[in-house]
Design a protein around this ligand. Sequence first.
Ligand code: GLU
Length: 449
Amino acid sequence: MTTKMDEKLEPIFQEVLSRNPGEVEFHQAVREVLESLGPVIVKYPEFGQHKIIERICEPERQIIFRVPWQDDKGNVQINRGFRVEFNSALGPYKGGLRFHESVYLGIIKFLGFEQIFKNALTGLPIGGGKGGSDFDPKGKSDNEIMRFCQSFMTELYRHLGEYTDVPAGDIGVGSREIGYLFGQYKRITNRYESGVITGKGLNYGGSMVRTEATGYGAVFFVDEMLKVRNESFAEKICVVSGSGNVAIYTIEMINELGGKVVACSDSSGYVYDEKGIDLELVKQLKEVERRRISDYTQYRNHARFITGKSIWDIPCQVAMPSATQNELTGKDAQNLIKNGCIAVGEGANMPTTPEGVKKFLEAGVSFGPGKATNAGGVATSALEMQQNASRDSWTFAYTRERLQDIMKNIHEVTYETAEEFGSPRNYVVGANIAGFIKVANAMVAMGLI
Ligand code: GLU
């Protein structure tokens, strides 16, 4: 059950609202964490004395910059770039870059804030940060993408470093963009500093399993939640929203574990294929040809493309929202529950609205919040940093095993923390509290910084 906010925390939240006007996604992310922390400030009064919650809600540094670039017609274009370096108590700022037209400071701050706790849950030495731009990559040529990335990095490079701030991908930033960004960093600094960015190609310092990690990890986490219920993925009908990197490798691992995914989507609608989504086709369309998911039905005639409706109307036992924030509403949650859904794993960041989360928890659905469920991506980024630091590269099998261990561990910690703090089986509370305590203790130890 999401709890009401403790009365000692309410004024802190009000202060966050007034200091950050209009940043609704940031408010939403902060509210959810603060609603979980009531029992923590009772057990650890020192966190109150040191004003840890107030400090954690204020980014250590926020960088906003102009990104001028030239399109293929020779026109000058201007975008806005962001990097919010939120918290470095546990390690260098770590978190992806999002290129999407909806990006503004409030989106980057919500993502950066969540990243602090997610990264803490991985158990690896990484702080929290996030960045991006309101640049819209849709329909841009390779050359335009390259020129944009080069301009973006020409400002950003001075803020980065393997011990300072280490970006990676997110929506709109995949291996192509990471290549251009790393190339420009290397050129400007004259340093081959592999550990300055993650998600690199395998031929220049990338890690095995990084591409698959967020999706695979999310399925591993849901599999652990299912085990608690004496269930498994075998024969389960699943719906996975999105059709980007997270969705694709979520589908791949669900297939490996014997489940069947019947739908996926992009921003224009969803594809329903009752025989099971043809993953090779989705990979070809989205990863290779960068086309729309609606083209799927050209190759699979029995499948249907549906637009203007919610993908969550489709009956399923496991739902994995893997597209974007607030894509699964209270009404969607109600439909899923009515149709027999028993587990939800957030592959995206904050894809379920607060009303949706509340409904799932009240109905006893096993609900894996993004900061636990999708932590496998950033965890494998930290493994990439380890490999870069030791100038080594691990095998696929070994890296996958490390990822699976990390996800099992995150499940165990969140499950046990929820029990300990009086909210059994509430992974939202478990993730928020476990992540918070780790960062808070480090902040106390380091004094007033
Ligand atoms: N953007 C991903 C996330 O939301 C990955 C970040 C990273 O690998 O640094 O966690």
